[in-house]
Write a protein that binds this ligand. Structure first.
Ligand SMILES: Nc1ncnc2c1ncn2[C@@H]1O[C@H](COP(=O)(O)OP(=O)(O)OP(=O)(O)O)[C@@H](O)[C@H]1O
Ligand SMILES: [Mg+2]
Length: 358
């Protein structure tokens, strides 16, 4: 500051007698030969008109980011399928991103106007936690649907934030269901029956009422027991998350054999329609190699979008949130949004079915 209270806007005009020499020993230029730019105050800057307008790419990008951060749906609305797409999110390998995928894809689809039900079929109840619905002991849950024949509609809870998102929660009781179901008649058909009986689920595409779930995403436990079997019998499509790591494809053969068995004996409609590569670390050759191998095996079914490994994705559940609401502008959220777009645009059967639209 100078004596008038204004900011000092010019450099001192006298050169310092002790000015150091440069690394080569050459004398520095006299200070008055390099005038410093005038420093403007924040108040002055605020009064100036912006030097850009909405037509600049940077301004558009910023505006877009702000909208994304406010969870305002971007781009064209997602196409609505002509029937309820029941998608089984399964992989008997643990920790590959099944729950994260089910929760975030569901949230992304719901944010874009589609009506989505997440069915938590894992006794761990991770999807119920991430979607912040009640799932303590005593809460009506998927256990009651499977074991006691309670109507699915009676256990469904609305998501507290997203208007189009609904959840059938899992409680710890479900851990006993595998054993309790053993003696039940048609034990592998329980979920299918419950879904078919729900008034907002239709599988054939001939009921064009608006009142239906567009997507049902079933989050499976990391096993191929009766719970996963119930899901495979109930759904027509599988969404398999594959983690981009060394053992990614190990165990996949067994999963595909189970799918084949289910298709032959229990549900001929079942197909592996979608594969999503998760926790992709673009800095490693390993991840790129695994992704290439997965694409080599399942070219048509693998989504182009991969989900990056991202701290925000793993933090979100501890706040009872999906990353889509926790940090909508983060790379993980934007990738799940893109993956959801791809899923919706492909329609059933990796793009072979006709898409509906709202
Ligand atoms: N893209 C990601 N970036 C970082 N962490 C992730 C990502 N996806 C998932 N995770 C984390 O990895 C762990 C396993 O993910 P998740 O629970 O979704 O897997 P899962 O297949 O459902 O596991 P389980 O087999 O136990 O049901 C979780 O801690 C999750 O937060
Ligand atoms: Mg899980």
């Amino acid at each position: 500051m100078n004596q008038t209270g204004n900011p000092v806007d010019t450099a001192p005009t006298t050169s310092s007698p002790t000015a150091p020499t440069g690394p080569t020993g050459a004398q520095p230029l006299p200070a008055q030969a390099v005038p410093r730019p005038r420093v403007r105050t924040a108040a002055e800057l605020a009064e100036e008109p912006p030097t850009y307008d909405e037509s600049t790419p940077m301004a558009r990008a910023v505006a877009q980011q702000l909208l994304v951060r406010q969870s305002v749906p971007q781009g064209s609305p997602l196409p609505r399928p002509d029937h309820t797409r029941v998608m089984v999110v399964a992989n008997q390998k643990g920790g590959v991103g099944k729950t994260t995928t089910a929760v975030n894809m569901a949230a992304a689809l719901a944010q874009h106007g589609l009506r989505v039900l997440v069915l938590d079929l894992d006794p761990q109840g991770n999807a119920s936690t991430a979607l912040a619905v009640e799932h303590g002991r005593g809460t009506l849950s998927t256990y009651d649907v499977l074991v006691d024949g309670v109507a699915l509609a009676d256990v469904i809870q609305p998501h507290p934030e997203l208007a189009n998102l609904f959840v059938a929660p899992a409680t710890i009781d479900l851990a006993g269901a595998e054993i309790e179901l053993v003696s039940v008649v048609a034990r592998e058909n329980r979920l299918r029956r419950a879904l078919t009986a729900h008034p907002l689920v239709n599988g054939q595409g001939d009921d064009q009422t608006d009142e239906r779930y567009d997507y049902v995403l079933i989050d499976c436990p990391p096993s191929l027991g009766l719970l996963t079997l119930n899901a495979l019998v109930a759904g027509a499509e599988m969404l398999i998350p594959i983690q981009a790591e060394y053992y990614a494809l190990e165990g996949l053969g067994q999963l595909l054999e189970t799918v084949e068995m289910v298709r032959t004996h229990l549900n001929q409609d079942l197909e592996v329609s979608t594969i999503l590569i998760t926790m992709y670390d673009s800095r490693t050759n390993l991840a790129a190699g695994v992704a290439a191998e997965v694409r080599g095996h399942f070219s048509g079914q693998v989504l182009k979008t991969t989900i990056p490994r991202s701290v925000r994705v793993s933090e979100a559940p501890s706040y009872g949130q999906s990353v889509m609401t926790y940090d909508p502008g983060s790379p993980g959220a934007l990738s799940y949004l893109e993956a959801a777009r791809e899923l919706a645009r492909r329609g059933a059967g990796a793009g072979t079915h006709q898409e509906g639209s709202r």
